[in-house]
Design a binder for this molecule. Structure first.
Ligand SMILES: [Zn+2]
Length: 87
């Protein structure tokens, strides 16, 4: 009698990331802190044109301590400190 293990299905699409969870909270790689960061731009997560893809939120910033410039995607829930929207 042959036993077939139906319970061991392969999960082919088990990415641990959803697009909204991409990115890291900003931090200066040299100073290893976000204490000195000056945020120059912040773009919230948005839908791509002509697509259903969601572009992750991104930000660019300079460290006022060492001058390092950085720009990358950030988690969707992240906002720059003391950030508020002009309307
Ligand atoms: Zn720095």
């Amino acid at each position: 009698m042959t036993t077939i293990d139906h319970g061991r299905s392969l999960r082919t699409s088990s990415s641990p990331f959803s697009p909204l969870e991409m990115g890291e909270a900003p931090s200066c790689p040299r100073c290893r802190t976000d204490d000195y960061l000056i945020f120059e731009e912040f773009v919230p997560a948005r839908q791509a044109e002509h697509s259903t893809d969601l572009i992750p939120a991104s930000t660019s910033y300079t460290c006022s301590e060492c001058g390092t410039f950085n720009a990358h995607a950030v988690p969707a829930s992240w906002r720059p400190p003391q950030w508020f929207w002009y309307s």
